[in-house]
Design a protein around this ligand. Structure first.
Ligand SMILES: [Zn+2]
Ligand SMILES: [Zn+2]
Length: 570
């Protein structure tokens, strides 16, 4: 196995044919995101005359440090700005397009994507105040071939939970590279566009040098079922409900939005959309002709409450219990326009992303307290299916494409290793596992590791500013321990003019008597260190030490302390 930089030797040894040369018939695979993690997908393919990027996504934080999104560190691309010929986007999910506005801030490069994914990108660019007229956005359709720099890129339709998802067959000097994007083999998806199995087989027949395939669901032996099964179950639930039905879902699941539109019409209900993302996704899918709800199907939330309860189908965001989401506001009786009443059905047509279990569980309990009938995947397995291939479909992809070399993508090291193991079982001759930053060189004989490149995660704060490692660490520390401030004003002969004032934030058990104790220690430290100049940072350091020692006696630990010494005019 070829693992990420600096991780030491692995216990896994893959049959690895090493090629000795770095000749022009080889390419370099440069993973910048999505390998060794879920989300933030971004992979560069480099050959002599150019660099092509596949996907440019974001990830969401799992902690609470005020981070809005995380995107890949693009420095390696920026250092080679003249060589980057284009960014190809497999589909419009955030983990594939969310990073585009951040990349385009610093790099002038054309973006190739399906009309639907381009519409998602346009909306993101507007939100980031990027002038769309300055950006080269190129639509690509399934079946089309684009010649970009030294590459020839064919777009192949794959089925996924979003519409217009594509795989890319990329002609390179080392042969054909097939990147699956996110895919499944749903034979009858609601948009009527299943994965182009025939084209994948043809490519396999003519020889694929390297397959890069989505590993997300390697732990799922067989995907829960087809998207239309979910539609069937949702139809039953809505048709049998006496009252309102709330469906909590991922906003970007356009396949499901299509079916819910049909279900609403069949059950004579109006659809009310709650949540900004859902409204945006419905607008985008409608604008590009992928969602054709009748004009009178939707009803605004303001009017929805006046409709009889059995005439309403409400679609709401918040499947991960995001604090400001519609589902959470409904559960807490805080929604501006609608309230859940006993007997209403709430269907979680979604899965819980690892890390969100506790919050989602609390949300379910709050809904039960309101008297809602709650349906989840646990109680009703057919209310959701994943858009990602399970292991059986990943195997089918390997068997169709029959690549010479295989590198699993999209997943933590666990996902990548097990997907590699599946490829070994399928008889793929050359397999390598790599993580972000660890480069692979591929030629017509095999794969070899080829050094590392700068890579990393850029944390963007709510408000849009990037947070460096020191700031993130500080936020973590402040969240853990609180902070105290000590401020004092002295004159040139060290007489106290004001203070010391002690102010504690987020520190338990510090009352005014404690503040006086701390202030006393500060005054003594000032006396003790008369030899240190008032403006010497060493003095603030000594005062900080004294204050922290006093705090240890009060609250049992040493929180961070900031010291401000002002010297008054004589
Ligand atoms: Zn996706
Ligand atoms: Zn994805």
């Amino acid at each position: 196995m070829i693992a990420g930089a600096g991780r030491g030797p692995s216990r896994y040894e893959w049959p690895l044919v090493t090629s000795a040369t770095g000749d022009s018939a080889s390419i370099r695979l440069v993973p910048l995101g999505g390998l060794g993690e879920i989300g933030m997908n971004c992979l560069a393919i480099e050959q002599d005359e150019g660099i092509l990027v596949v996907d440019c996504g974001t990830a969401f934080p799992h902690d609470d440090r005020g981070v809005d999104v995380i995107h890949p560190d693009f420095q390696w691309l920026l250092d080679r700005a003249d060589d980057v010929v284009g960014v190809f986007i497999t589909h419009g999910h955030e983990d594939h397009v969310g990073g585009v506005p951040f990349l385009l801030r610093d790099l002038d490069v054309p973006i190739y994507a399906s009309p639907h994914a381009l519409a998602v990108i346009r909306r993101r660019l507007e939100e980031h105040a990027v002038d769309i007229n300055d950006v080269d956005l190129e639509p690509i359709l399934a079946g089309q071939v684009h010649e970009i720099g030294p590459f020839r890129v064919e777009s192949i339709r794959v089925s996924h939970s979003i519409v217009e998802a594509t795989a890319f067959a990329i002609e390179t000097s080392a042969g054909t590279v097939l990147h699956t994007g996110d895919f499944n083999f749903d034979e009858d998806p609601p948009d009527g566009e299943p994965t182009d199995v025939e084209r994948l087989r043809e490519l396999g027949d003519s020889g694929v040098a390297l397959l890069l395939s989505d590993s997300t669901n390697i732990d799922v032996p067989v995907r829960a079922g087809a998207e239309r099964n979910v539609g069937g179950r949702l139809q039953e639930l809505v048709a049998s409900a006496q009252h309102r039905v709330f469906v909590v879902m991922f906003a970007s699941n356009v396949q499901r939005l299509r079916m819910l539109g049909e279900i609403a019409q069949r059950t004579q209900r109006k659809i009310c959309l709650l949540g900004r993302s859902l409204n945006a996704q419905v607008d985008i899918a409608t604008a590009v002709g992928r969602l054709a709800w009748p004009a009178d199907l939707k009803i605004a939330a303001e009017q929805a409450r006046d409709l009889p309860r059995d005439r309403l189908l409400i679609l709401a965001g918040g499947s991960q219990a995001e604090p400001t989401s519609a589902a959470v506001r409904l559960a807490h009786g805080m929604h501006q326009h609608l309230a859940i009443e006993p007997g209403d059905a709430v269907v979680f047509s979604s899965r819980v992303i690892p890390g969100n279990e506790v919050a989602v569980h609390d949300l379910l309990c709050s809904l039960l307290r309101l008297g809602a009938r709650v349906h989840t995947r646990q109680s009703d397995p057919d209310v959701h299916t994943s858009g990602h291939a399970g292991r059986s479909e990943q195997r089918r992809m390997l068997e169709l494409v029959r690549p010479r070399c295989f590198v699993p993508v999209h997943g933590t090291l666990h996902h990548l290793v097990w997907h590699a193991e599946l490829a070994r079982q399928c008889g793929v001759p050359v397999i390598a596992v790599t993580e972000n930053g660890a480069v692979l060189r591929i030629d017509r004989t095999g794969i070899r590791p080829d050094g590392t490149v700068p890579h990393g995660r850029v944390h963007v704060a709510i408000g849009g500013e990037a947070l460096d490692a020191a700031t993130l660490e500080r936020r973590e520390e402040l969240g853990r321990s609180g902070i105290a401030f000590v401020s004092l004003v002295v004159d040139g002969s060290r007489r106290l003019r004001c203070g010391p004032t002690v102010f504690a934030l987020g520190i338990p058990a510090v009352d005014s008597a404690d503040q006086r104790v701390i202030a006393g220690e500060v005054v003594r430290a000032l006396e003790r260190h008369r030899k240190i100049g008032l403006k010497d940072p060493l003095l603030a350091g000594e005062i900080r030490r004294a204050a922290r020692r006093a705090l240890l006696g009060i609250c049992g630990y040493r929180p961070p302390v900031e010291v401000l010494i002002q010297v008054a005019d004589p």
